[in-house]
Design a binder for this molecule. Sequence first.
Ligand SMILES: C[S@@+](CC[C@H](N)C(=O)[O-])C[C@H]1O[C@@H](n2cnc3c(N)ncnc32)[C@H](O)[C@@H]1O
Length: 188
Amino acid sequence: MTGAWPTLIVLVAAGLAIAAVALDTVIAGAPPMPLMPAARDVVVRLLAARAKGPVYDLGAGWGGVAFDLARRRPDLTVVAVERAVLPLVVLWLRRLVTRRRNLTVLWADVHRLDLKFAGGLYAYLNRPAMKRLAARLRHTAPAGIPVVSAGFTLPGWTPERILPVPASLLSPEVFLYRVPGLRDTDAV
Ligand SMILES: C[S@@+](CC[C@H](N)C(=O)[O-])C[C@H]1O[C@@H](n2cnc3c(N)ncnc32)[C@H](O)[C@@H]1O
């Protein structure tokens, strides 16, 4: 019986993890699907070249984009916003292990965030959430800051650039927008 304990513990832990992801998926309306590496590189490159203030990853999932960006731009604050439990635990653990001082993990709903000090935004959510975000960002995010989306557009917004990423099957395009209003003139 003693030898069965480790197996039992692993099975219970795996069961709890699956249940947590399933619950998070129901609440968020989409699984915490990470962006594929090819598209992630494009997103990180776009934001690293343009952001002049704190960048918010709106629904950071397991933190692929947020941690890459924080590593690439140590001078920039990156805020990984998430509300699902298991991704949050992973984000906090990654933050602890990597000691990435310029990355903050924020437990919050992206639709209720105060974004007035944001210098860049990134979102890869689901269609209804992107629609809701598109409507709110117009009035709550600083004019001119870069907004990058993957997998989904921001309905009603006109992209400044559309970058094809054929190697990324689930999100084969990355979109770069600017919050309407005053224009930031740099074009890196
Ligand atoms: C498709 S994943 C994207 C993960 C990551 N940004 C990436 O590109 O790899 C979307 C994430 O957004 C989170 N999410 C969805 N709605 C949210 C909300 N209203 N507030 C905070 N996080 C949310 C989900 O829990 C999920 O982890």
